[in-house]
Structure formats: structure tokens, C-alpha cells
Ligand binder design. Structure first.
Ligand code: NAD
Length: 274
């Protein structure tokens, strides 16, 4: 496994396992399979309703807690200082953990204007040593800039939708300038059309790899953190088997050139579902 060093010195596996849309019961065997396959970073969220199932796998897996990197997120309905502190306690209780590695704001909801207060609660949890690192998801440049202006602790990363059809060049450049990692969600475009793309297929063929492996490699070589999801054991293994080959600069350029600003998820500044 390859690690990145976040802006507060914490080390995080560059590739992790996402569990969106994995039911609570299904989460335990899925996460156990992932940990057996070598994953050490798990990305869940209060919204996913599977923190208990994830926690059970963490307890049963036989890998020491300090070797695992566990992320969860505060959901929109819990934004605000006090509500976020309570939501954190609830997530920790469900996971059965006494600290978290990374706590994230799930969406900025700018129209509600609560993300700064929410982030201040994350800062308090960080200062109290209850979480090793704090960050955000789905933040645009203006949302990040506000945190940089009004808060003390820089977010370690911004988890955003990113894949070859949504390269996020400008936002990624801003994050890099500010020492904030990009973590790609939906890195495989949720298993969609991207696998059928001719350029992706021909690069995969050239390297003797699958389209999924080539796309994950593109994220890694772009210096992004990546959290693919699958509950299929063979795909769980396939998605972590991406450290033994390298894309050439022309392969990277060809994949980056596929950008067409296509989202699978909501427009971040407009999303405020609770
Ligand atoms: P993804 O791009 O990881 O795609 C997952 C889907 O791709 C799977 O369900 C499966 O159908 C397919 N797939 C996976 N591996 C494959 C392979 N090797 N071959 C063929 N098909 C394969 O999409 P995702 O689950 O939406 O994103 C990954 C993780 O990111 C989530 O599980 C979650 O943890 C996180 N996420 C965060 C947010 C956010 O707002 N912060 C939003 C969505 C997802």
C-alpha cells in the first residue's frame, strides 16, 4: 500500500475502500473481504446507515486498530456546532471506536450557511484528540476559501466527485496550492460508461490491465486519494491490485483529455437534502 502524508503530518493510505450503498448487514463481510485483500482505509458516512456493520468488521478483522484508517462524515441534517458534536458521538458509538482517523463534512449546503460552524465543531474534536484529521467533501473553491479565512485548522482533504469524465482541474489546482489533498469519490464513475471508453480500453489492453485498474492508476498518478467501492470479492481484489504498473505520461494525458464535466452526483453548491 502507498501512503500520502496529510498537511498535519498524519499518514493515510492512498487507496481505500468505500461503502456507499452497502447495507449494514452486508457491510461486515464486505469490509472483512476488503481488509483481507489488503485495504486499510475505510470510507463510510452517517448517511450510509452502515457504521455498525463497518465497526463489527473492524473488531473482527484481526488487524490492529492503529493500522486502520477510518473515515466517517457528518450528514446535512446534523450541521451546526452542537449538532455536529452530538453526531460525532453517535457515529463513534455505532462504529464502536474511541477515536476516528478522519471526520468530514458531507456537503457544504451554502444556502444554509452552517458549514463554518460545523467545521468549528470538527476543530474542537480535533483539538480534543478525538479525531486525527478533519476535512470536507464536495466543497467548491469559495467554500474552501471561507474555511481558510475564518477557521484555524486547514482541512486535510476535499473529497469530491472525480473521474476521467469529471477531471476537476481548477478545484484540484486550488487544493494543491493550499496543501489540501483531493480524494476522488465515484472514482470509477460508479461503474458506468467510462469502462466502455475506447481510449481507456486500449490503454488497459496495452498494459494487460482492466479498465477499472487503469482508471484507479490514473487517480493515483495524479496524486489523488481514491476510494473505489465494490462488494464483489474479485473486484475488491482487482481494485487494489494497481501498484505493480505505471501509466506513461501519454496514457495519463489521453485519459485526462476525456474530461467533459459530466457528473453522476448532485451539483455541490445546490445540494441541500437533509
Ligand atoms: P465507484 O466509482 O467506486 O463505483 C462503484 C461501482 O462500480 C460498484 O458498485 C460496481 O458496480 C462498479 N465497480 C467497482 N469496481 C469494479 C470493477 N473492478 N469492475 C467493474 N465494475 C466495478 O462509486 P461510489 O461507490 O459512488 O464511490 C466510491 C466511494 O466514495 C463510495 O463508496 C463512498 O465511500 C464515497 N462517496 C462519497 C460521496 C460524498 O459525497 N462524499 C459521494 C459518493 C460516494
Amino acid at each position: 500500500m502507498q501512503f500520502v502524508t496529510l498537511n498535519n503530518g498524519v499518514k493515510m493510505p492512498q487507496l481505500g475502500y468505500g461503502v456507499y450503498k452497502v447495507e449494514d448487514k452486508e457491510a461486515t463481510p464486505a469490509v472483512l473481504n476488503a481488509i483481507r485483500a489488503g485495504y486499510r482505509s475505510i470510507d463510510t458516512a452517517a448517511l450510509y446507515g452502515n457504521e455498525r456493520g463497518v465497526g463489527k468488521a473492524i473488531r473482527e478483522c484481526g488487524v490492529a486498530r492503529e493500522e486502520l484508517f477510518i473515515t466517517t462524515k457528518v450528514w446535512n441534517s446534523d450541521q451546526g456546532y452542537e449538532k455536529t458534536l452530538k453526531a460525532f458521538d453517535e457515529s463513534l458509538e455505532k462504529l464502536g471506536l474511541d477515536y476516528l482517523d478522519l471526520y468530514l463534512i458531507h456537503w457544504p449546503m451554502p444556502a444554509e450557511d452552517t458549514y463554518v460552524d460545523t467545521y468549528k465543531a470538527l476543530e474542537k474534536l480535533y483539538a480534543d484528540g478525538r479525531v486525527k484529521a478533519i476535512g470536507v467533501c464536495n466543497f467548491n473553491i469559495d467554500h474552501l476559501q471561507r474555511l481558510l479565512n475564518e477557521c484555524e485548522v486547514k482541512p486535510v482533504l476535499n473529497q469530491i466527485e472525480c473521474h476521467p469524465y469529471l477531471v476537476q482541474k481548477e478545484l484540484k489546482a486550488f487544493c494543491e496550492e493550499n496543501d489540501i489533498y483531493v480524494e476522488s469519490w465515484g472514482p470509477l464513475m460508479r461503474g458506468g460508461a467510462i469502462f466502455e471508453n475506447e481510449a481507456v480500453q486500449s490503454i488497459a489492453k496495452k498494459h494487460g490491465k482492466t479498465p477499472a485498474q487503469v482508471i484507479l492508476r490514473w487517480h493515483l498518478q495524479n496524486d489523488s486519494i481514491v476510494i473505489p467501492k465494490s462488494v464483489t470479492p474479485s473486484r475488491i481484489e482487482e481494485n487494489i491490485d494497481v501498484f505493480g504498473f505505471e501509466l506513461m505520461p501519454e496514457d495519463m494525458d489521453q485519459i485526462t483529455a476525456l474530461d467533459r464535466g459530466e457528473r453522476t452526483g448532485p451539483v455541490p453548491a445546490e445540494f441541500n437534502k437533509k
